[in-house]
Design a protein around this ligand. Structure first.
Ligand code: B12
Ligand code: SF4
Ligand code: SF4
Length: 268
């Protein structure tokens, strides 16, 4: 059987339909990451997979969408391990190494090259089925898979993400992600008065989804079918559930003090 068909059958087993393959040789913009040593030395292909996480609730929340569900690093890496094991059973002589987020791969770029989605002006990758509400996981391998067709479509360039960005990180002149509310909520140490006000005005303890919520490509998208996500929704981080959520949410790694600081900004 053809390599791609075997891959398709394995991913179908996990109901993962939005994926593609990017040639390793086309990646020149690697990020600095301690995990880089796990990339197979004779790597040929990168299998890029979209993991949708939106649970479509309209209720008010003090967390961005991905932070309302089980830590995607745990969930995605678990899927990637299972998929890698399945692949290894068929292709015994080859290596398969999974990564997500904590990765030397520039995941936007790899996703675009693998045809998983196109780049939005808000810097997020947009998929026809799930909009931009998915995280990316990839498997690097020294087995050659034929590369997918890259997705060079453009978003509709309506400018809504720029006009609504609360921190002006997205800017018609020049974007500056050091201002991004998502970045501010995870920055350790003292925040400036403006940054404190930004957290207060937006009512968010962790992350920001404004540039996704306003995007027309996110209308009528499908919600997640990944049970680890839809079964674990917790809308708010509170003083009471902090100890529990710290253990299994993507924000846990930043530590209790930072989360308490953000809660205090909002509620004290
Ligand atoms: C650092 C980081 C951040 C930083 C900086 C973000 C930034 N845009 O620079 C902060 C903390 C602000 C952040 C915030 C968020 N992040 Co983040 N982040 C990352 C991380 C770890 C590295 C990104 C990076 O530094 N890339 C390197 C720089 C050079 O790339 P770049 O700025 O995107 O630019 C390159 C290309 O993308 C391209 N490019 C840039 N812009 C454009 C535009 C067009 C039109 C085209 C064609 C190309 C292009 O050219 C550049 C040169 O190579 C990635 C994971 C990873 N390993 O890739 C996740 C990642 C990008 N983040 C992700 C998410 C979900 C978010 C948030 C939505 C989380 C939230 N809800 O709060 C926000 C969204 C903010 C935003 N609008 O981008 C997801 C994106 C999923 C998706 N569908 O696209 C990723 C891929 C993690 C994952 N595993 O899924 N993030
Ligand atoms: S995540 Fe929020 S602050 Fe950051 S660019 Fe998007 S809208 Fe702006
Ligand atoms: S809000 Fe408009 S400009 Fe921004 S990413 Fe979506 S379609 Fe593109």
């Amino acid at each position: 059987m053809d390599n791609l068909l075997i891959l398709k059958n394995i991913l179908n087993k996990y109901d993962l339909t939005e994926y593609g393959v990017c040639d390793y040789s086309c990646i020149t913009n690697f990020l600095e990451c301690r995990n880089a040593i796990r990339i197979p030395s004779d790597c040929k292909s990168v299998i890029v997979i979209a993991f949708p996480y939106h649970t479509k609730t309209e209720l008010k929340s003090n967390l961005c969408n991905y932070a309302r569900v089980l830590d995607y690093h745990i969930v995605v890496n678990d899927y990637l391990k299972k998929i890698s094991n399945d692949l290894k059973e068929v292709f015994k002589d080859y290596e398969f190494e999974g990564f997500s987020d904590v990765s030397a791969f520039p995941e936007h770029f790899c996703g675009q090259m693998a045809g998983v989605g196109f780049e939005g002006r808000n810097h997020l990758l947009i998929n026809d089925r799930y909009g931009s509400f998915f995280v990316i996981g990839e498997i690097a391998t020294n087995l050659y898979f034929e590369a997918s067709k890259p997705d060079f479509r453009s978003c509709n360039q309506c400018g809504l993400c720029i006009r609504n960005c609360p921190s002006k990180a997205l800017n018609a002149e020049k974007d500056d992600f050091s201002k991004c509310l998502s970045e501010v909520t995870q920055r350790k140490g003292e925040l400036t008065d403006n940054e404190i006000q930004l957290i207060k005005n937006n009512g968010l303890v962790w992350g920001c989804d404004v540039c996704q919520n306003v995007c027309p490509h996110n209308k009528n998208i499908e919600e997640t079918h990944i049970k680890e996500f839809y079964e674990s929704v917790e809308l708010n981080l509170t003083y009471d559930n902090l100890s529990i959520l710290k253990k299994n949410r993507a924000f846990g790694y930043r530590g209790r003090n930072l989360l308490l600081r953000n809660l205090d900004i909002l509620y004290k």
